[in-house]
Ligand binder design. Structure first.
Ligand SMILES: [Zn+2]
Ligand SMILES: [Zn+2]
Length: 73
């Protein structure tokens, strides 16, 4: 299964935020399209890869989880 960017993501492309504020605003990163998308689904509407919705950094990741009150095992 190979996922490629088909260009559909341009319609969902998120603009106006920088850094981890993007994630707090519900924007998700597609690792294949390398674009932040404003999209409600779990998978990219363009390449159907799973979207990343948490920051990479440990600190900010912890913060956002606390904010969401969710426990990860
Ligand atoms: Zn794409
Ligand atoms: Zn994508």
């Amino acid at each position: 299964m190979i996922n490629i960017c088909k260009g559909t993501c341009i319609r969902f492309k998120a603009i106006g935020y920088k850094g981890r504020r993007r994630y707090e605003d519900g924007q998700k990163l597609c690792p294949v399209c390398t674009e932040f998308l404003t999209y409600a689904g779990i998978r990219c509407p363009c390449c159907s890869v799973k979207l990343r919705n948490t920051p990479r950094g440990n600190k900010s990741r912890k913060e956002i989880h606390e904010k969401r009150k969710c426990v990860w095992h």
